[in-house]
Ligand binder design. Structure first.
Ligand code: SF4
Ligand code: SF4
Length: 435
């Protein structure tokens, strides 16, 4: 028991949210209308300002670690929409990651909840394990077991939600692999390395294949380090900072061996995390400098292509397309112009802006698997905005958003297809829409 009558101090000194950063918040409330959870609930404690107030109270030892604190911080998507909306430059992302690391270490969740989270973290950041699961997922879909279970409705709510996002696994995905080095087409302009991503490499191999083809078309020699692993994004965003730092160090060891002009990333959360390696490892004398170096070389694929300028012959694609701003591209990396610039260069495309395109779709890493109600609410809002566009295609720069939105499209029986934006560009180079 401490002097203030609180039995358990909410936070200890390890990765504690910085009071200096907290004090940057002047309580103006400009961030409220950007926050998806506040828009859904209207509850101040589900807003950035409310959550910062809770963190401040916890740092000052005024409230204990417990459900009252945890439920509001858990419900945050980590979408970072509050950061660009804030005139005081509050670094909310750093605060919520630090607060979540306190929760992970100091709050005992119910047994089943712990088990469920451990299961998610023992699979998703491990592409080799995901790959082992792939043949079973293929059979599960191909043999009709999936249809049977869905018709019977026997899966528990959370599992049913996660299952609903599973994309169709193609037979070819079981054998997909990319060459270690792909030469540039024509004169070499750049040498780049590519992060293949955990979920991306297993569930969306066609996206990585398209990325390599488009980079080669644009004069890049593409290197794919074989022993690369998870970038740590899922762990870092969930407050598992120690695990996330281990993933980051391993990734730094792999990528800094290559003398390349850029490290290309085609999923939002991974790019956003890798750009923060310098900050994440600032207290690690051996890795701080290397982390910073890798961060500066990391580029989202659309950021890279728009900056270096597209080359080659783009053929006409006649279709109506809209674009979803993935949170960790639009807010985390502040990239909104580049993807639109690329889309508008494809001949024949009719581009339609998606209303609220930068409002989170409810995917947010593993959020949709641990907070299904809020996630569903946001997905409904996204789909209702999507219906207004009358498009044939929705493109985005992140696999999580595509899985989530695809699920909503299927639930509503809409005739809209989804694809990664790099696939759309690849189709334009090849002159055909082919999946
Ligand atoms: S906009 Fe920034 S300063 Fe204003 S309440 Fe939100 S976080 Fe605080
Ligand atoms: S990260 Fe997103 S959900 Fe969390 S407080 Fe900021 S805007 Fe709201």
């Amino acid at each position: 028991m401490d002097g203030k009558g609180i039995k358990f101090q909410a936070f200890d000194e390890i990765d504690k949210p910085s009071l200096d950063l907290i004090k940057d918040c002047v309580h103006c409330g400009f961030c409220l209308s950007a926050c998806p959870t506040y828009l859904q609930t209207g509850n101040e404690l589900e807003s950035p300002r409310g959550r910062i107030y809770l963190m401040k109270s916890a740092v000052e030892g005024k409230i204990p670690m417990g459900d009252g604190l945890v439920k509001h911080l858990d419900l945050c998507l980590g979408c970072l929409a509050c950061e660009p909306a804030c005139p005081s430059g509050v670094r909310y992302g750093s605060l919520i990651e630090a607060a979540r690391s306190q929760i992970e270490r100091r709050f005992e969740r119910p047994f089943l909840e712990r088990l469920y989270r451990s299961l998610l973290f023992s699979i998703f950041p491990h592409p080799k394990r995901l790959k082992l699961l792939l043949p079973f997922l293929f059979l599960y879909q191909a043999t009709g077991v999936r249809r049977l279970l869905n018709n019977l409705g026997v899966l528990p709510n959370r599992l049913a939600h996660a299952e609903g996002m599973l994309p169709d696994i193609r037979f070819s995905s079981l054998f997909s692999s990319l060459p270690s080095v792909t030469p540039a087409r024509g004169k070499r302009r750049f040498r780049v390395a590519m992060l293949t991503g955990c979920v991306q490499s297993i569930l969306f191999p066609q996206t990585n294949e398209a990325t390599v083809r488009v980079l080669a078309e644009n004069g890049c020699e593409v290197v794919i380090p074989r022993n690369q692993g998870c970038c740590g994004a899922l762990s870092i965003h969930s407050g598992r900072l120690s695990e996330g730092r281990d993933f980051a160090r391993a990734n730094i060891d792999v990528f800094t061996k290559y003398d390349v002009d850029a490290v290309i990333v085609n999923s939002a959360g991974c790019g956003s995390s890798m750009k923060e390696y310098g900050e994440l490892l600032k207290n690690d004398a051996s890795y701080a400098g290397l982390g910073k170096k890798l961060s500066t070389k990391t580029k989202d694929i659309m950021e890279f292509l728009a900056d270096v300028g597209l080359q080659g012959d783009l053929k006409e694609l006649k279709c109506r397309v809209t674009y979803q701003d993935a949170c960790h591209i639009a807010h985390g990396q502040r990239i909104k112009v580049h993807p639109r610039k690329v889309i508008k260069q494809i001949p024949g495309i009719e581009f339609v802006e998606l209303p609220e395109s930068d409002l989170c779709c409810g995917s947010a890493g593993i959020y949709n698997m641990i907070q299904p109600e809020m996630s569903e609410g946001l997905l409904e809002r996204k789909i209702s905005n999507l219906k207004e566009t009358g498009v044939e295609y929705l493109v985005a720069g992140n696999p999580g958003c595509l899985l989530q939105i695809q699920k909503g499209i299927k639930q509503c029986g809409l005739n809209i297809k989804t694809a990664h934006l790099i696939e759309l560009l690849d189709w334009a180079y090849r002159g055909t829409i082919s999946r």
